[in-house]
Design a protein around this ligand. Structure first.
Ligand SMILES: [Zn+2]
Ligand SMILES: [Zn+2]
Length: 266
């Protein structure tokens, strides 16, 4: 008989903010908007026998360089849920953009899970184009190359069941190797869409976000997220400030900062 899937507590941890993303929410623009606020998150799936950090954010130096505001450093957010970065063993990177793959020195013991296609993408000819290269930081990419040689990278090609209650699924679109993460929680299967859908409105309206490698794959990615989740309310977008309003805070102290994605959203 199949074992029951492992159940995870699941958190979204905001670490930074931007008031207005210049190109707005939708490819081709929207007459009703002139740029949208973005929140930056890392996520954590905490189980009985294993835990995963999903994405690693950026540090103060990168925040200054790109004029973003760090609201709570990533290490502070993790420590608020009882996780010491230097003890983290498994990190899933949804993709290698600077806001998802930084803080290189923070996790000295961790094994990193990435898609084959993401590594090929961020070290290949697409990076000759400023438009596609811009959201990557070369030192994040070279840190990952170093980790490969340190035997600290687990590559995935498409779909991988990492534990009974957690799997990764390649969707591409936003970057060539973007993967989403499906997590079993007490309310069922939740999908961390990351940048497969920056906002709820992108996937709900099937409207691509303007930072995109392949529009067709991005649109298929919205559908894949819905297919993998127990309901549309089980899909969590990557940058929507609404996430912090829909889900309950971990505690009074973490309101507007850390929310529980394994609880029913409002
Ligand atoms: Zn991205
Ligand atoms: Zn992002």
């Amino acid at each position: 008989m199949d074992r029951l899937p492992e159940t995870y507590r699941l958190y979204a941890i905001k670490y930074a903010h931007l008031d207005r993303f210049p190109p707005g929410k939708f490819l081709g623009g929207d007459p009703h908007e002139t740029g949208a606020a973005l929140d930056y998150f890392v996520w954590a799936a905490v189980g009985e026998s294993n835990s995963f950090i999903v994405d690693t954010g950026f540090d103060a130096e990168k925040a200054r360089k790109r004029a973003r505001n760090i609201t709570h450093p990533v290490a502070e957010g993790l420590s608020a849920i009882g996780i010491r970065p230097d003890a983290v063993e498994n990190i899933i990177l949804t993709h290698m953009h600077y806001d998802h793959a930084g803080n290189s020195a923070l996790f000295p013991r961790a094994r990193y899970h990435v898609q084959d296609r993401e590594m090929a993408y961020c070290t290949g000819r697409c990076m000759c184009h400023e438009n596609l290269r811009h959201p990557f930081e070369p030192d994040d990419v070279s840190s990952m190359v170093q980790r490969i040689f340190d035997a600290r990278v687990q590559f995935h090609d498409g779909e991988s069941q990492i534990t009974t209650g957690l799997s990764v699924h390649h969707v591409g679109g936003h970057t060539n190797g973007l993967q989403v993460v499906r997590v079993h929680t007490k309310r069922g299967w939740v999908v961390l869409a990351s940048d497969a859908s920056h906002y709820y409105a992108n996937m709900e309206g099937r409207r691509p976000f303007p930072a995109v490698y392949n529009v067709g794959d991005m649109l298929e990615g919205h559908a894949t997220c819905y297919k993998l989740a127990d309901s549309p309310h089980h899909v969590v977008p990557g940058h929507d400030p609404d996430v912090l309003k829909r889900y309950p805070a971990l505690s009074k102290e973490t309101e507007g900062w850390i929310v529980c994605l394994d609880a029913e959203p409002r």
